[in-house]
Design a protein around this ligand. Sequence first.
Ligand SMILES: Nc1ncnc2c1ncn2[C@@H]1O[C@H](COP(=O)(O)OP(=O)(O)OP(=O)(O)O)[C@@H](O)[C@H]1O
Ligand SMILES: [Mg+2]
Length: 505
Amino acid sequence: MEAVLEARGITKGFPGVLALDDVSLALHPGEVHALVGENGAGKSTLIKVFTGVYRPDGGELRYRGAPAAFGAPLDAQRAGISTIYQEVNLVPMMSVARNLLLGREPRGRFGVIDAAAMYGEAERVLAGYGVETDVRRPLRTLGVGAQQMVALARAVSVDARVVIMDEPTSSLEPREVETLFGVIRRLRDTGIAVMYVSHRLDELYQVCDQVTVLRDGRLAHTGPLAGLERLKLISLMLGRDLTEVRAEGVTRFARRDGRLNGEPVVEARGLTRRHVLEGVDVSVRPGEIVGLGGLLGAGRTETAKAIVGALPLDGGQVLVAGLPLRGGSTTAAIRAGVSLLPEDRKAEGIIPTLSVRENIALAALPSLGRAGVVSDAKIDRVVEIFMRRLRIKAASPHQLVSELSGGNQQKVLLARWLAVRPKVLLLDEPTRGIDVGAKAEVQALIDELAGEGLGVLLISSDLEELVEGADRILVLREGAVVGELSGDEVTEERIMATIAEQADG
Ligand SMILES: Nc1ncnc2c1ncn2[C@@H]1O[C@H](COP(=O)(O)OP(=O)(O)OP(=O)(O)O)[C@@H](O)[C@H]1O
Ligand SMILES: [Mg+2]
């Protein structure tokens, strides 16, 4: 069958990096094609070349059997290529309904938007994706996962021959991922070609037929996914020997013995906020990794925010090393040694107009210098250490952080909070969007820091990560702690059972 969308020998460079080097890829009608590779391998760049965001330096693009060159993303969309970019590019201040139907709002006489019709239509469309929300609300008031579902629904509900998804599931919970897969299969069965980027390899095997692997901007492999062993796929991505990868395994938390003594370094008592948290108690001891389990909306992120003073509370108290922390002040929390890597890095973290170096050093500056004077050399050293340890791929420390690939931006934020050398680190989805190789390294680093006495509160939708990492797990549901698991009880089954038990009861 003829390809619907094709890249032939595409090359694209940015100052200091050849992001795509002679890449060819053919996408056929009715196939779900996985595009994988390490952070910075060139996946998003290839997508942006396909959709007219970037103009290639060399090579040819073909669409529906003829040479194509889209001047802008809107041209690609009009021609039938619908894309969900890695960075959600909706308008946060506008209503959910408007975002969903942007550019094709139902209009009445004189071309005025028919609000009632628009809200009705939006509700109907979203219900099909299992999203129940007030479509009049500004989009920004929705959680990251729900926002992503809106972006998905929008992309899929336009008439398209090709649907491209760049890490669509990174902030979705299992139920939503199932919904999405249902949608993808429906698209495939109607002859639409789907291109799918994800770092969650288990997902690829559930939904993809073909796979293309990029490594350092070059094509490393392309072919059917069935029959390609998962470890083999990883070795292709990393460019390392299969035997080597097999010997090392995939997750990298070491087993520690469960005996942890000492007083809690942080202790939260009765954290309460109307409709959000109902008297949550959490404590973390030095060297302990405490996991928070639960579904989306259970209150995990809110608990972490409450501890660092980023969520106004109706009641409760946080003690650090036995001393009460002033409520509602993140500065006080940082000074006391409590840091949070937030979930929504786009909104709460990365400062796009600053360099990699400045983004890393930002939070650590006060602690690096005496009397407000920080030597450049000292900053350079800290930045250099973390860029190396987290394998942050950038042309130089002075590159704008917004020019880094999505996964590398995440690593920059992680570096920022590690550079502070906190006593307690709260990590909200620390490895989301990070490739398999770097993920293992981030996990090893968390493990090592805990070994040095850092207390860690770990939030992760990746159950495997939670189970392997945590010494103890608190399960949350509807803003309350409904179970605690420790030692041998820390298993995926027990977490799921604890969540389900409560749901039935
Ligand atoms: N606008 C830009 N300016 C400069 N360099 C860029 C720009 N966009 C991407 N790059 C560089 O091109 C390379 C490929 O980036 P790309 O975003 O395509 O990676 P990716 O495979 O999507 O990674 P991830 O899994 O982290 O999202 C990286 O080295 C990145 O820093
Ligand atoms: Mg990307």
